[in-house]
Write a protein that binds this ligand. Structure first.
Ligand SMILES: [Fe+2]
Ligand SMILES: [Fe+2]
Length: 434
């Protein structure tokens, strides 16, 4: 690979993308969408952002993880037990040539499998690279950090602050998930560069389970004032998530297991993707019923972007509080499939709803949360639904969730960025620990 391709300044990367504010044409129900200003004067390029590897969840976080990086001419990954001088694996990973925004670069992805549960390892890129440590999850419990809507107009400073605070306040998480809208405009490499910079060094040692949001499907051409929909190529390239076996929709939705929990990552962008992936909802439903929901783990947790409800907002003041198209399409599936918990984003504010079945309060139904916001685009949603039990702070301060589970109990705690616990709920499995 030509190293010259990588020696491209940040300004070059951003050429062709509109700057300044813009209203959202096809945006979130709650009215987000102004585009940040360009980072004038900041130097760097794709190489600088992606030379540092990041981890993505494997199919079983106790036994697998995927290491991804951009680095021309450095094709080898070495693995050893933590502190050991003996290599366990030395894997050649030919680069996958990728072209995004007219820029070609090499992407590497190595899926490490056959690892031991609850074990500490170290890996390095190249034979003289720096060693990075990571730990596999256990089979008996899971501890995960949950973020959403990290899209920002502040060069991801808020996201970086919340991510780092959470890592410090809740050490030892097995993985982090981001429930969509990672960036404001998914087509723009400069945003991804900043996003990955914000999660360094944490994502070098703790895998991320990404969820696609509607903003991953947005672009803005030169001279345009509104977002338009586009194929979410950067998101799909940068996260090598476990395969789903669905032709044309690999990486759009997937499952992975962590301890006692089967996680199902769904894609709620079927309207945004209609031009380039028609039939996404039907294909995903068929996959979910045939494969996605099947598990021998005690708990099933759905991670998805768009929420089951919508509310009136500044951009859509006439909207009535109620169940969204997403909720009406997916909630019946969850009720028939033993889903215990559903975590969504998109609203940029926090809601705990409790258990719902057949669109009513019912203890036998799945438990629903809207995670909140971890970028600097909070929404003040005044309206409440009668099924909302707890709402986010006003003004919205941002937050993250901590999900912990063993075979008998599953808890979700909501923390503000300063570490104060704001809310919590616990589910107990029938037959589990009392
Ligand atoms: Fe969002
Ligand atoms: Fe969204």
């Amino acid at each position: 690979m030509d190293k010259g391709l990588l020696a491209i300044t940040r300004r070059r990367l951003l050429t062709g993308a509109a700057a300044g504010s813009a209203a959202l044409l096809a945006g979130c129900a709650s009215g987000e969408g102004a585009v940040r200003a360009e980072p004038d004067g900041k130097k760097g390029g794709l190489a600088g952002a992606f030379h540092t590897p990041h981890l993505t969840v494997g199919a079983d976080t106790a036994r697998s993880v995927t290491v991804e990086w951009v680095n021309p001419g450095v094709d080898r990954l070495e693995l050893r037990a933590a502190g050991s001088g003996t290599l366990l694996k030395s894997i050649e990973s030919p680069a996958r040539g990728v072209t995004l925004e007219g820029l070609g670069f090499p992407l590497h992805a190595v899926q490490l499998t056959g690892l031991d549960p609850a074990a500490s390892y170290e890996y390095r890129i190249g034979e003289s690279g720096r060693w990075h440590g990571f730990r596999t999850a256990s089979d008996s419990a899971v501890r995960a950090l949950v973020f959403t809507d990290t899209q920002s107009k502040d060069l991801f400073k808020t996201w970086k602050k919340i991510y780092r605070a959470a890592q410090k306040q809740q050490p030892g998480a097995d993985f982090s998930t981001v429930l969509g809208d990672l960036v404001d405009m998914g087509s723009k490499l400069g945003y991804w560069e900043d996003w990955f910079a914000a999660v360094r060094p944490g994502a070098m040692s703790q895998p991320i389970a990404p969820v696609m949001g509607n903003h991953e499907c947005y672009r803005m051409r030169p001279g345009e004032r509104h977002f338009s929909r586009t194929f979410p190529a950067p998101y799909l390239e940068f996260f090598t998530v476990p395969g789903n076996g669905v032709p044309g929709l690999e990486r759009w939705f997937y499952t992975f297991d962590s301890g006692p929990v089967h996680f199902v990552v769904l894609n709620t962008q079927w309207l945004d993707a209609e031009d380039f992936r028609p039939g996404l909802l039907a294909s995903m439903k068929a996959w979910f019923l045939e494969k996605g929901r099947k598990t021998d783990r005690p708990w099933t947790v759905v991670l998805m972007h768009k929420d089951i409800m919508h509310y009136p907002s500044a951009k859509k003041p006439g909207l009535k509080v109620g169940f969204s198209k997403t909720g009406r399409a997916l909630m019946p599936l969850f009720e028939d499939s033993g889903v215990d918990l559903v975590l969504a984003g998109h609203l940029h504010t926090y809601r705990r709803r409790g258990h719902i079945r057949n669109f009513r309060r019912a203890a036998s139904g799945p438990c629903y949360f809207v995670c909140g916001v971890a970028g600097n685009l909070p929404h003040d949603i005044a309206a409440v639904h009668k099924l909302d039990i707890v709402r986010g702070t006003r003004p919205e301060l941002g937050n993250y969730l901590l999900l912990e589970a063993d075979s008998g109990r599953l808890s979700v705690k909501c923390f503000l960025p300063d570490g104060r616990e704001f809310d919590r709920a616990e589910l107990v499995k029938k037959g589990g620990a009392a």
